[in-house]
Design a binder for this molecule. Sequence first.
Ligand code: GLN
Length: 476
Amino acid sequence: MVHWKTIKQEANDVANGTTSALANVNKSLKLIQDNEEFGAIISVIKDRSIERAKFIDAQIAKGQKVGRLAGVPFIAKDNFLTFGSETTAASNMLKGFNAPYQSTAIEKLEAEGAICVAKANLDAFAHGGSTENSDFFVTKNPHDKTRVAGGSSGGSAAAVTLGLAPFALGSDTGGSIREPASFCGVVGLKPTYGLVSRSGVVAMASSTDVIGPITTNVADAALVLDIMSGKDLLDSTTIDNDPKGYELNGAKSNISGMRIGVIKEYMDDGLDPEVKKVITESIEIFKKAGAVIVDVSLPSLPTALAVYYIVVPAEVSSNLSRYDGQRFGHNDINAKTLEESYVNSRSQGFGSEAKRRIMIGTHVLSSGYYDAYYKKAQTVRTKLINEFNNSFKSVDALIGPVTPEVAFKIGANSDDPLKMYLIDIMTVAANLVGVPAISIPAGLAGDMPVGLQIMAPQQKDRDLLILASEFEGLIK
Ligand code: GLN
C-alpha cells in the first residue's frame, strides 16, 4: 500500500520535473476511486484539485519559485472547511453545506502548494472512536475489512494507510487522531493545545480540540506541523510556534540518559495482554538505547475519562446550539411554526450520539447540577494538569499504549456507548491537560497494528517529534 515517497521527496520530484502536480493529483484520484470499498472518503475535490495542479505545473514551467509542498496531494477530515466540495462533518445536519471560506490549516498548506483532493469520513461531528457514528457509512480498517479503522478521524487514518495521498488531516478532541492512527498502523500527531489554528474546523469541544497530521512517518508529520502551526488572528487560543520550527532535518535527541516515564495506570489489568507485550517491547527498545525508564503514577488518571465525558459534552452542547436550522444546518421546510422549525430541524439533523452529548452536556451545565458535575470535573481537571506538570519535572517524556486493545470488529461496541467511551481511556488525558502526544506504529498484536503513545510537556512538540523519530528508527 506504499504509493508515495516522503512528502519532501514528493515535493522535490514535482519541483524538479521528475513528476508533475497533475500526475500526482490524477494518481491520488485514481487510488481514491479504486479503494472506495473502504469507505474512507466522503467527497472528492476533483475540479479544483486539477485546476490547482495545472496552476502549479505552469508556475514550474515558467521557472517560478514554488512552495515546500508543491503538488503534494492530501486529504482533510470532513470537519475542515474547504472549497471545492461540501463540508458535512459526516452529519445529516450539514449535508449540502458549501463553506464560504477555508480553514486556516488548509490555507497554510495550500500556500505551500499542497492540494486537498478529498474529504475523509469521521464520526458525525467527531463524536466517537470508530466512524460508526458517521451519518453516512462506516470506514473499514485496511488491515482487516471486518474491523473499524478507529475514529473519529478513521477516514483520514485509513486513507493514509491505503496510500490514497501522502498525508491527511485529522482533529483530536479526546484521541481522534491517535486512536485511528494506532488502529491503522500509521503516525498520528496531536500537537500542544493552541499550536495549530482551529479556525474553519467544525468545533467539537473548544477547550480540548486540536488538529494535526496523520502520516506514514514522523518526519512527514513534523513537516506538516511546521507549516500549519503558529499564531492566527482567527483563533485567539493560538500560540507562537517553536522558533526552531518542527521540521526534523536529521535532528537527533540523545536517548542515552534521557528519562522516560512509563504511565503505571495505563499498564494495569485493563490492557489487552498482546498490546501490553508490544508496549513492553517498546520500553525495552528505549532501555537498550540507554534511556532511564521510570514508573510514573498519575493518581488522578483513572478519573480522566469521567472528567472528559462531563467537560466535553458540556462544550459540545454549547457548540452544537448554533445548528438551529435558521442560519445554517438542516432546516425542516415543512415546519409550521418557529418552534416546530427548531425542534424538527435539530431532531432530524442530529444523530443519536450528538443528541446524547447535547443532553448530557445540557444536564451537567444546568442550575442545580453545575456544581456537582461541571465544576467538580474542572477541579479534577486542574489536579490532573498539576500531576502531569509535576511528573514532567522528573521525566522528559511519558509513554504508554494508545488504546487498551487493537481495532475491534465493526458492530462489536456500537450499541453500547459506555463500551465506546472506555476505548478513549488512554487518550483523553493529553487533551484535558493540553500536552502534545503522538501515536507511532510499535508492532502487531495478531495481525493488527499497535501504536505506542508518547507525550511531552506543553510546547515541547519539537522534542516529542525528535524522540518519536528516533524510536521509529530503532524499531525498523
Ligand atoms: N472518542 C472520543 C469521543 O468520542 C474522542 C473524539 C475526538 O477526539 N474527536 O469523544
